[in-house]
Design a protein around this ligand. Sequence first.
Ligand code: NOJ
Ligand code: CA
Length: 565
Amino acid sequence: MLRKARDWVVFILVYVPLLSSQSMRVDAESHEWWQHAVFYEIYPRSFADSNGDGIGDLKGITSKLDYLKALGVDAIWITPCFPSPQVDFGYDVSDYENIDPMYGTLADFSDLEKEARKHGIRIILDFVVNHTSDQHKWFIDSRSSRAAPRRNWYIWRDGKETGEPPNNWVSIFGGSAWTWDSSTKQFYYHYFYPQQPDLNWRNPAVHDAMMDVSRWWYKRGVAGFRLDAVETLFEDPQLHDNPVLPGFNSFGDPKEEDKYNTKLPEVHEVLRDLRRVADESGAVLIGETWTNDVAELKQYYGEHSNELQMPMDLMFTKLQFSAASFREHIAVVDASGGWPVYVISNHDIVRSYNRYGDGQHNEAIAKILASLYLTLRGTPIMYYGEELGMENNDPVRKEDVKDPIGRLGWPKEKGRDGERTPMQWNDGPNGGFTAGTPWLPVPASYKTHNVESELKDPSSILNVYRRVLSLRHTNRALRDGNYMGLNQSDPNVLSYLRTYKNQAVLVVLNMSAQPQQVSFDLAPQGFTSQSAHTLMTTMTQKAGEAALTQMALEPFAVYIGSISR
Ligand code: NOJ
Ligand code: CA
């Protein structure tokens, strides 16, 4: 009797919470939380500074959760906020299990996590899996002697007899990928800066330590990771030279095909292992996956959907601004079988406002992009400030550059400072980001493109983002509907239907500077109605119904409407 009672207590304490947390992860149609979520990337140095030192911090992020919630954000990905010498602004981690004092403390992280949870916002951290900082205790030990316990945690090799590095591999950040260590008289390998030595993932001890790091954060409430530079985890053990291509890069190094030091098949074994650990906590893995085509992107989901749930479609950031190029790409991604993850910008890429703006219609073009990536089937990942139409503020003098690649490659390569400038909260000094001197200057456009001013203007980029995000959360067809391209040969207007049972949402984007006329026959899709009910448009004609047979579009106009069977 007593035993029975004890079994029941065990059942209630252990299994019932497990069952309910499992069922919360998946909806009636087997969608997991991250499939309905909108993700938002925060570059913590630049989001909100709470203590006036000119550098954003965790308390700053916590203070902006109301803003993020009202915007329609469900998860924030914070780029590395761990202790770091900041050579690569956090992507050189010297301790995976702590917070850099410039960003706060572990207690600040817990506060942020707790407050975010109350707001219904999950936290995703950035896991730098390929390399550590050269100041990480693992590397300090590794370089201390050839016999050091952690010597084999990194990639050490003898040079050639001539004293040259072991092979011709170049670092993506300039120069040889090998750095000579004069005390132990060997070279170590680094795909990125010399201060970012590559971990040796062939060593099981490294593998286990890194799995444990991920567990450590899951226990602290982290909902998943964005995995940095996954494709560079393994190198050819024979160290074959890479094929040399014609020409030189911005650092003056010969161009190379990274055949023997990127995208080795072993990467997928590690992704499967990280996924197994993530699954123990119902966590999500997002990948920094630079792929050449959709077939390559598909591999990152894993043959049995057992690798990354969310490999980013970064090809999306390289498309030409034309109806045809987006139409073609979206169709292939949507049909590929993996859950699409659309991204238009990040901290390594020139902001979309500059990339796609034509100098005349930048505002309208920013609204087109918002209406595009936020209404597709898949999960969007926003980049802070895109919702304001923030623009790049590239340094004009070499001496102002903070990002080391900008100093090394100047003036061809100006670095990534321009897309990492402080968030523009209001039209006060420094856009309201800091009471001190910001680590990077805000662009002049902060006077008009800031949260406070844009909230007051119903037709601002910010209000378009807010409306589309609100539709995305409330309209079933936008949440769960299938994607179907329409009017496939229209060179100017990208239009598509999202359909869910008896409902559909029609998205029409005039990607040209000229007015356009379009008409839709949706009978083949089972929708015989001749008109759509307007949900959102950037055109002067706002509310009401729009005729499907005769739709006049202003230049760069957005139209989103619903249709029922
Ligand atoms: C990709 C990150 O996004 C970038 O900012 C960083 O410099 C490299 N990985 C190296 O970690
Ligand atoms: Ca600060």
